[in-house]
Design a protein around this ligand. Structure first.
Ligand SMILES: *Cc1c(COP(=O)(O)O)cnc(C)c1O
Length: 397
């Protein structure tokens, strides 16, 4: 069956993903996924930080089925109960006062750029430049590609959307030098996910906040990957104790159902007035039912706190492994359950493949870093299973 699917994919699907890992999953249960040939896998990537509740969470699925039986989509022409209630959830749990829903991380970031630009436009101030960081990842649309500080994503699409400037991460001076009287916003990931789990220093972020306050610049945090409990706090800015002006969310927000969010204080959000922004699908009754169920289950099961605890345990165990294999593991970087294990470049691919052969799903990013972003429901036994496997692989490589 897998061969047949691969053939269809090669014949009919645009080749943007190349040769994928040779597996097709047909069922999931908790942290486990099952392939079409019945092999069991442990999902330590969680659909790239999406499946916070794991797979087939009974209460989550029941909430989705319940909504399926009522109504799926109505359009933004009408009031939507779940949409209003999910916005309330986010507002009540963060500094944000207002929320706008869309369908993906890139689209949420597009919304944030538009909000930053219109905020100054409506004040009659001519500011439009947006500073972002090298090695960042903000999405695949044209504006988010211009914001993404990685040559490989930008190169084929020049000329890029103008106004985006990239500087070196964790280098305050570089940002200060790049600021002009046209700078509207600075957008960062507090922990760069896609390029290998690189956290920003607290002092650096503090200084950015100060700089933005002094120069009337909006600070935007892209929390598409770090949001929704991933770091042991609902949002990573709560881990840092620093509020941006706008933040975006997506990946885990719908627990696997596509949804994104732009979140801001009233002062900023009020720049959007009727007709300035919109969406067909964003925040429809189904995706917002998913978001509400995620919040509900987070609260009932104490999952955000659990993620923090499991993250600490995971980090301790990996740090022990690093002591044992100092010649193979370069660095462990993490925040809660977003963890990067940087390996010596020559073994990284091999370790990644061997983990996969052992039925352990991770991703290889930044060339030599194993990224893990497991479901937040992970247990200490699951962590032990991962560590034992990695220990075994490193011992033999
Ligand atoms: C995944 C990701 C995006 C893009 O999200 P899509 O839903 O794929 O558009 C943007 N920013 C960050 C930090 C991400 O991790």
């Amino acid at each position: 069956m897998l061969d047949e699917i691969i053939n269809l994919d090669k014949k009919y699907y645009m080749n943007t993903f190349g040769d994928r890992l040779p597996v097709c999953f047909v069922r999931g249960e908790g942290i486990k996924l099952f392939s079409d040939n019945g092999k069991e896998y442990y999902d330590f990537l969680g659909g790239i930080a999406v499946n916070a509740l794991g797979h087939n969470h009974p209460k989550f699925i029941a909430a989705l089925k319940n909504q399926l039986d009522k109504v799926l989509h109505t359009s933004s022409l009408y009031y939507i109960e779940n949409q209003a209630k999910l916005a309330q959830k986010i507002a009540e749990n963060t500094f944000a006062d207002k929320v706008f829903f869309c369908n993906s991380g890139a689209e949420a970031n597009e919304g944030a750029f538009k909000l930053a630009k219109i905020y100054f436009y409506k004040k009659g101030i001519d500011k439009y430049e947006i500073i972002t960081l090298d090695k960042s990842f903000h999405g695949r649309t044209l504006a988010t590609v211009a914001a993404t500080g990685q040559e490989k994503y930008q190169k084929p699409y020049r000329p890029l959307t103008p106004g985006f400037i990239q500087v070196e991460p964790n280098n305050y001076q570089a940002v200060e030098n790049a600021v002009t009287d046209k700078t509207a916003a600075i957008m960062i990931e507090l922990i760069q996910g896609e390029s290998g789990v690189h956290p920003m220093d607290l002092e650096y972020v503090r200084k950015l906040r100060q700089l933005c306050d002094e120069k009337d610049i909006l600070l935007i945090f892209d929390e598409v990957q770090t949001g929704m409990g991933r770091t042991g706090k609902l949002f990573a800015h709560q881990l840092y104790g620093i509020n941006p002006d706008i933040f975006t969310a997506a990946k885990a927000l719908g627990g696997g159902i596509p949804i994104g969010a732009v979140c801001a204080s009233d002062k900023i959000a009020s720049a959007f007035t009727p007709g300035d922004h919109g969406t067909t699908f964003g925040g429809n009754p189904f995706s917002t039912a998913a978001g509400l169920a995620v919040f509900d289950i987070f609260e009932n099961e104490g999952l955000v706190e659990h993620a923090g605890k499991m993250g600490d345990i995971f980090k301790d165990k990996l740090t022990d492994l690093q002591k044992k294999y100092g010649d193979k593991i370069c660095e462990i970087r993490s925040a809660g359950l977003l963890i990067g294990i940087e390996l010596k470049t020559k073994i990284a691919k091999d370790v990644f493949n061997k983990l996969f052969d052992n039925g352990i799903l991770t991703s290889l990013c930044g060339g030599n870093t194993i990224r893990i972003a497991p479901p937040l429901i992970i247990t200490e036994n699951d962590i032990d299973l991962f560590v034992t496997n990695l220990d075994d692989i490193l011992g033999r490589i």
